[in-house]
Ligand binder design. Structure first.
Ligand code: MSP
Length: 644
């Protein structure tokens, strides 16, 4: 059944330009939108900018701008960056939009009419950076903010209050009956603890500055003070104002019946406590889930403007492309925990996981199918020859879907990679070239059909993670990524119809060296390290990284005529053709003893000619007074697996 679904990112403060944390949440939303669209659902993705409050007013002043034109500039930067990353949002709310302000005022009226808002006066500590009030007991040492550590200021003003305490029991009941409302679940326990400790009523208006939504007329007339709405009430209401709440056209409010929020762990409380209570007061349905993610650090350190190590997502995308950034962010960070952004880890994942595991698999399929069957792929005999492999594939796919449903995108990706590994391992196991040699053409065709189906199903599920790459794989396999094919291939488990492969350029070219300049602090450190290491003869890790060392299986081995030392080896390294390598090991191994042995070899040495034969790599070995021994791996690896 087609379900209307709303997916929201937080709306971002306009006091700063977009950074990697903002990009992460927005990418998560885009990912989930695509996942639900594949299931045939009608999804809207809402994002936007949070433009009111004292923090923005101050930033504008610092930049010699009035708050509105300052907000206009930064809001546009957010919009532009999401457009340039092809992030497919449907609704972009700006809290300075007239329509939004109207929704906020109407909501205030409704809550007031219900008896949930009353006038009082507030005296307490306020953190401008977090736009949050704190009681004395909540503060850290020297009256600093318990969340961000910055100094708070004492605020004493007349204020309207929201009767949050009235909702304490209702909130606890809600959490009791919705145990997986917040994912990951451990975050829900934190929220329950916070509520159980007692909720104070919440000050929801300010009078000491002007940059905010004014209260409806009748509230401002009744007093000489001008009240504006507290920025968090204003901002949270953007999730429904963007759907037309309390406006002339409310038709999009149908999406509110199934709302999913992504938030960072630092703003969970506002959503999991205040927002739910506001919604209860407005008698609107509560969201279906709140997904709370962790924070990104850079090379193990907190990102901060003063250290100068904040990652600008645009620079990463300019250097590596949006697809690689999406993959890295979604794969590296276990959802809900903190993750570290390092360029080294980034490159390793691209080269090993995208280049080797996926790119090579597709290349090998295209290469072999071109050589043996003029690019034709026929799946009709796959069930006959490879029933257990197909069952394994179905199991992996089902697991992956389950992981996304429980909001574990990193595990979802892990499952997909099990499918790619299956594709690589059936090549090693069944050796299509030998099937062809021994005239088992049907089985060879079925094997290539199996690989094509593994790639087709995995690419459908890869689409939410890397939409462009997944679509390219689908194009190579001559089908389209859409809900119909998801239904057919994933839900009904049908196999691909007979088709001809389209040849496409390599999907994930290898990255040989970092493409991004490191932040100034790192560069300085590196320079210092370089001087010391050069003195003591050490090499940089980057030098080691230049060597492409892989695991491979020797599939043929013959003596080289007229040479006592050399053997000619054909080594399967996961490419469509085995590599020919000449190795000076004839005095230590007989050709027969090497067949099917897994070895380690450097595959990016310049080709050399030895005794008239080309050698395209070097097998690694260790030699001592007892002789020579080839390097191998402790447990069998898929051919082509990198060594690092
Ligand atoms: N305006 C509020 C949200 C209102 S939603 C009704 C706000 N804005 S923000 O721009 O400061 O932060 C937006 C999001 O960015 C938050 O979810 C926050 O967790 C996230 N991140 C900020 N720094 C981050 C990292 N270093 N890593 C990951 N996410 C981070 O809060």
């Amino acid at each position: 059944m087609c379900q209307k679904i709303l997916i929201t990112s937080p709306i971002y403060y306009v006091n700063d330009i977009p950074h990697i944390g903002h990009a992460y949440t927005t990418i998560l939303c885009d990912m989930l939108k695509k996942f639900h669209q594949l299931q045939g659902n009608d999804v809207k993705f809402l994002t936007g900018t949070d433009e009111h409050g004292q923090k923005i007013e101050q930033s504008a002043k610092k930049n010699n701008q009035n708050p509105q034109s300052y907000a206009d500039i930064i809001s546009m930067r957010f919009k532009k960056i999401w457009d340039s990353f092809a992030l497919d949002y449907d609704i972009f709310v700006r809290t300075t939009d007239t329509k939004h302000c109207l929704s906020v005022q109407k909501a205030f009226e409704i809550m007031y009419a219900k008896g949930d808002i009353y006038k009082g006066s507030y005296e307490g500590h306020y953190c401008i950076s977090c736009e949050t009030f704190f009681t004395q007991t909540q503060l850290s040492a020297n009256n600093t903010c318990p969340d961000c550590g910055k100094p708070t200021q004492i605020v004493q003003e007349e204020s309207y209050f929201f009767a949050l305490s009235k909702y304490q029991d209702k909130l606890l009941e809600w959490y009791k009956s919705h145990s997986d409302f917040i994912l990951p679940q451990f975050r829900q326990n934190e929220v329950i603890k916070f509520i159980s400790e007692g909720l104070n009523d919440l000050s929801i208006t300010r009078t000491s500055f002007e940059w905010g939504v004014p209260l409806p007329e009748r509230f401002t007339h009744s007093s000489d003070k001008k009240h504006i709405v507290y920025v968090w009430l204003d901002a949270l209401l953007s999730y429904i104002s963007g759907l037309g709440y309390a406006q002339d056209n409310e038709s999009d409010m149908a999406y509110w019946d199934y709302a999913l929020h992504f938030v960072g762990k630092d703003i969970l409380r506002f959503h999991a406590v205040y927002w739910l209570a506001f919604l209860m007061s407005l008698e609107l349905p509560l969201p279906k889930h709140i997904y709370a993610h962790g924070w990104w650090t850079k090379d193990g350190a907190k990102m901060s403007k003063s250290i100068g190590n904040v990652i600008n997502p645009k620079e990463v995308v300019d250097a590596y492309g949006i697809e690689s950034l999406r993959y890295f962010l979604l794969r590296e960070m276990p959802f809900g925990q903190d993750g570290d952004f390092s360029q080294k880890a980034f490159i390793e994942r691209i080269n090993a996981e995208l280049g080797n595991d996926v790119g090579n698999l597709l290349n090998r399929l295209i290469g072999m199918s071109e050589k043996y069957f003029a690019l034709k792929v026929d799946s009709t005999q796959v069930e006959k020859y490879f029933v257990s492999e197909l069952n394994e594939l179905r199991h992996i796919i089902a697991q992956a879907v389950e992981k996304m449903s429980s909001m574990q995108p990193h595990r979802y990706i892990e499952e997909l990679w099990k499918a790619f590994s299956l594709g690589n391992s059936v090549i090693t196991q069944y050796e299509p070239w030998n099937l062809m040699k021994s005239a088992q053409t049907d089985k060879a065709m079925a094997l290539l059909g199996l690989i094509a189906n593994i790639l087709a199903q995995s690419s459908l599920l890869l689409y939410p993670i890397m939409p462009q790459s997944a679509s390219k794989i689908a194009h190579a396999l001559d089908f389209e990524i859409n809900a119909q094919n998801y239904e057919k291939l994933i839900k009904q488990g049908q196999l691909l119809d007979t088709f001809k492969l389209n040849k496409i350029p390599p999907l994930f070219p290898r990255i040989e060296s970092p493409l991004l300049a490191e932040s100034p602090t790192n560069t300085k450190e590196n320079a210092q390290n370089k001087n010391t290491s050069e003195k003591i003869g050490l090499v940089d890790i980057k030098d080691f990284g230049k060597l492409d060392i892989r695991v491979g299986t020797i599939i043929e081995c013959t003596p080289v005529p007229k040479s006592e030392k050399l053997l000619k080896l054909m080594v399967d390294i996961g490419e469509s053709q085995p590599r020919q390598i000449l190795s000076g090991i004839a005095q230590y191994y007989t050709p027969q003893s090497l067949i099917n042995k897994q070895v380690c070899l450097i595959i990016n040495l310049k080709a050399a000619k030895l005794m008239g034969e080309i050698s395209e790599g070097m097998i690694l070995a260790s030699k001592d007074t007892n002789g020579l021994s080839l390097l191998s791996v402790d447990n069998p690896r898929i051919n082509g697996s990198p060594i690092s």
